[in-house]
Design a protein around this ligand. Structure first.
Ligand SMILES: Cc1ncc(COP(=O)(O)O)c(C=O)c1O
Length: 473
């Protein structure tokens, strides 16, 4: 038996590669991806050592090394010194953040950035549906396929409403999406190629991290300060490598709660122009116009995309949003949307736009902003003396834990006291260190008494020393 046969016998995974495959390393990665997808390879399975697989497949070790490296970059496998390369565990593949409540009946959920519960919303939705049901033309329109960019009438209604909110986005400048996350994914998928680099603050919205990872993009982290992304750090990164797009939340960042000053916005735009970088401005955490600065898409309309969604105004379940983009990028975005789903669903847009156009949405939005302000005041009163950063109309706050608390212990301990929180890990880009901090969401409790109770329990925990952990030897 020669070396090749012996190697074939010892390989626990032995893919057949088509004789015509070129380049070979890519074919190997594709085979690996399809074996993981089909379940032939399971999370935790160890891949053959590189030399062994190279001998078994009669390719160079360099080919296998390159394939393993590419598979690692795509998040399919992980390499650990001493234990070889393994298929990534199911646990690590699923993001450890949630959009559904994990709280039991007795616990207080402070982990989700959701709307403040209000029965008025349900009543308004019911009324809107009833009105629509009596509009045969509208019903007929939504029964048909829509253009990729979304129904023109809905875009016009949304554009009018946004103008009243001091956001000038023409009906032709936007593409309707199924919410903010879809807009984020669509922009990345349409405009950035796998392997190209995008950047964001080192702590950012986990949906962006998930989208970039899913699309095989290189996601770089830029350090921030109290005003958001630091221009000096961004400039340095741009000099080191080509960054195609920068994801930003200038008004109110999730999770850090910072807002960019005008000077900071100008510095970011200037760098983006000089390095020919797109800007993806996420406005989903929607705040009143009086508290907003100049949107980046107004400052750099030729390169800035803007994400809007009704999830933080009307209902997350409506899955209705929009992506504003420069005209020259529209064909690529339309093509990507067509490939995904032909067109956005007309009915959701009809409901959301009627609701926005009737003025009822504004009433509930104003009620919510007032509620958010009250909840933020309550939080700052109860946690006075601790380091808390948030926006006056924000859904959440970012609490930096005092020494010697560690974020994971704080979250676990809070759970034993009936409070559900999330620590900093899900917000960290790549392997960036996770600060000892937690995000506190103020909106899931239906009333402020319940929120107060939750915050008081957290205050008690902060005032006490963390429980002693049994030392490890
Ligand atoms: C910053 C940010 N962007 C996007 C989204 C996703 O929005 P949607 O629920 O409309 O998909 C969220 C949701 O919380 C968010 O916080």
């Amino acid at each position: 038996m020669d070396l090749h046969d012996r190697a074939r016998q010892r390989c626990q995974w032995l893919p057949e590669l088509p004789a015509s495959a070129s380049p070979l390393y890519k074919a190997l990665v594709e085979r690996l991806a399809s074996d993981i997808a089909s379940g032939t390879l399971k999370p935790g399975d160890r891949l053959p050592p590189q030399r062994l697989l190279a001998d078994a497949l009669q390719v160079t070790v360099g080919t296998v090394t390159r394939a393993y490296r590419e598979a690692e970059r795509r998040g399919l496998v992980e390499a650990r010194v001493g234990s070889g390369t393994r298929v990534k565990g199911g646990q690590e593949q699923t993001p450890h953040f949630h959009h559904l409540s994990r709280a039991g009946q007795d616990s207080i959920d402070l982990s989700l950035s959701v709307l403040i519960p209000n029965p008025l919303r349900e009543q308004q939705l019911a009324a809107t549906l009833e009105q629509l049901s009596r509009m045969p033309d509208a019903i007929q329109t939504v029964m048909n396929y829509q253009p990729e960019q979304g129904c023109p009438q809905q875009r016009a209604q949304l554009s009018d409403w946004l103008a009243r909110q001091a956001l000038e986005i023409g009906a032709d400048e936007m593409i309707i999406t199924e919410g903010g996350q879809h807009a984020d994914f669509l922009a990345l998928q349409a405009l950035i190629k796998p392997g190209e680099a995008v950047a964001s603050a080192a702590l950012t919205y986990p949906g962006m991290i998930a989208a970039a990872r899913q699309l095989g993009l290189k996601h770089l982290a830029v350090p921030s300060d109290a005003e958001g992304i630091r221009p000096d750090a961004l400039e340095r990164l741009c000099q080191q490598q080509r960054i195609r797009l920068l994801y930003v939340m200038p008004e109110y960042s999730n999770p850090g709660g910072e807002q960019m000053t005008q000077q900071r916005r100008e510095a970011i735009v200037e760098i983006a122009r000089r390095h020919d970088m797109l800007l993806l401005e996420d406005g989903v955490q929607f705040v009143p116009k009086e508290l907003r600065g100049t949107p980046l898409f107004e400052m750099a309309p030729e390169r800035a995309l803007y994400i809007f969604s009704v999830s933080k105004l009307l209902a997350g379940g409506l899955r209705f949003g929009a992506l504003r983009a420069p005209a020259n990028l529209m064909p690529q975005l339309r093509a990507a949307l067509r490939a995904q789903c032909w067109a956005p669903p007309g009915l959701m847009g009809a409901v959301a736009c009627r609701w926005l156009a009737s003025g009822e949405a504004d009433a509930i939005l104003n009620w919510q902003w007032q509620g958010l302000q009250e909840r933020q005041t309550l939080l700052h009163d109860i946690l006075a003396g601790y380091t808390v950063q948030s926006h006056p109309c924000g859904f959440h706050a970012w609490l930096t834990l005092p020494e010697p608390w560690r974020a994971a212990d704080f979250v676990r301990h809070a759970e034993t006291r009936g409070i559900i929180l999330i620590a900093s890990d899900p917000f960290c880009v790549g392997s960036q260190p996770a600060p000892q901090a937690v995000r506190i969401c103020l909106t899931p409790p239906a009333d402020t008494d319940r929120l107060r109770e939750g915050l008081l329990r957290l205050r008690e925990m902060l005032d006490e020393a963390p429980p002693m952990l049994a030392p490890l030897i």
